[in-house]
Ligand binder design. Structure first.
Ligand code: HEM
Length: 89
């Protein structure tokens, strides 16, 4: 699998470059249930859930404050910078 193209198949998905957590149940993030399905899925999901819940709780009015930039890589598609303004309630 070529990671940067995962879930971005324009022949399969409308708006293939948009982030859409509801897109389908077969997303590739953890290996899509295949032979090498991620053994750490449950831990990673729990960590991410807590990260998002606690961040939103602490900074409920957090907003983006600049343009995101991306890591230039053949291997993965990931954010390098995502400027945000942290604001509490
Ligand atoms: C957000 C966090 C994570 C993501 C996105 C992720 C993603 C993936 C993906 C896509 C694969 C499949 C690779 C392939 O098909 O070749 C994989 C495999 C694997 N992951 Fe993760 N992973 C995460 C966290 C973790 C954690 C926390 C652990 C361990 C505590 C872990 C352990 C493993 C192992 C052992 C495999 C290999 C399974 C095998 O080949 O049978 N991962 N992961």
């Amino acid at each position: 699998m070529w990671y940067p193209s995962s879930n971005r198949d324009e022949e399969r998905y409308e708006n293939s470059d948009s982030f859409d957590v509801t897109r389908n149940p077969e997303h590739q993030a953890f290996g899509a249930g295949g032979r090498h399905f991620c053994l750490g899925t449950a831990l990673a999901r729990l960590e991410l859930k807590i990260l998002v819940e606690e961040t939103v709780k602490r900074f409920p009015r957090m907003t983006m404050s600049g343009e995101p930039s991306w890591v230039i890589s053949q291997f993965s598609s990931q954010l390098k910078h995502l400027p945000v303004r942290l604001r509490g309630s």
